[in-house]
Design a protein around this ligand. Sequence first.
Ligand SMILES: [Zn+2]
Ligand SMILES: [Zn+2]
Length: 389
Amino acid sequence: MKALRYHGARDVRVETVPDPQLADARDMIVKVTACAICGSDLHLYDGLIPTLQKGDVLGHEFMGEVLEVGREVRDVQKGDRVVVPFNIGCGDCFFCKRQLWSLCDRSNPNAALATKQFGAAPAGLFGYSHMFGGYPGGQAEYVRVPFADINHFKVETDLSDEQVLFIGDIFATGFMAVDVCDVQEGDVVAVWGCGPVGLFALKSAHMLGAKRVIAIDRFPERLELARTKCDATPIDYEKSDVIEVLKELTSGRGPDICIDAVGMEAHGHGLEFWYDRVKQAVGLQADRPTALRQAVMACRKGGTVSVPGVYGGPIDHFPFGAAFNKGLTLKMGQTHTHRYAPALLQRIAAGEIDPSFIITHRLHLEEAPKGYDIFQHKKEGCIKVVLRP
Ligand SMILES: [Zn+2]
Ligand SMILES: [Zn+2]
């Protein structure tokens, strides 16, 4: 089959690799009909993720048709149309049973590598280095999906791939970022970063009852999308004093909920070199700890700061005293995709939202290397690239 493989920093290639095989009686093989490039794929692309190896197949946002199932698979069969979550759950461990799917204890065969980094290992992920399980990803014609009964969301409506694909990753991530904040009537929600996850967080804030949503970024096309498609008040942080403007918009108190989605697209994949990356970024471009610090400083007393963005290591000068003395609640973590996706699919089917509004580029899988380049450099106003095998 054809698949996108990592060869080194900024060197990915579509090549022919062996077709995946069932390796366990609970596996299935999915024939991919659509996949996407995620913001977090860019960290892999940049060569910043340790334990990623030359030849690894990337991609963790994908959907398709079930081609084959193992003997013990009960809930899905050949021919079913499914979206696959980016993180792999087993359905039966301490964490999965508590709906903490991104923390599954059984789906990461290389848990020891991640435990060294974090004290305990998160779930295995598709196409995201060996520290996260070493599973071949979905930017490919076919993918092997473990624990098939658990890791699929059936799509039985006539919605298009583009409308449903993102429930397995970025839409669920943006939604959870708001959901964990327990929005109250009249709340103002501010979101730093208007990449795919930020845009879905803005949309979700409306769905969950926010009175007003505010979008903070510097790219005009992203702020425009936030304004026109997400009914958000835009703030260009290069042109205004964000904290001052937020105060003006909230009777001097600050937003009730502040969301750091500057990770552009958000699920906290581990980044051993995050700290270095930040240091590199200082003075060159929007730097990530600046957004998190600003969110903490801007948040109203007793408010909630939610972090769907990517963090992997220690951070400098985190204003913990401000968080403590203002009595803030901090929420963070990788998305519990399985908890959210079915309900999001229902919202899409009901016409409440059409997630395809973020797609700016549609390419063939063969053009994936070009897609990475366009997305990496935000060329042509790129917000989201969808690939078709
Ligand atoms: Zn992702
Ligand atoms: Zn589990």
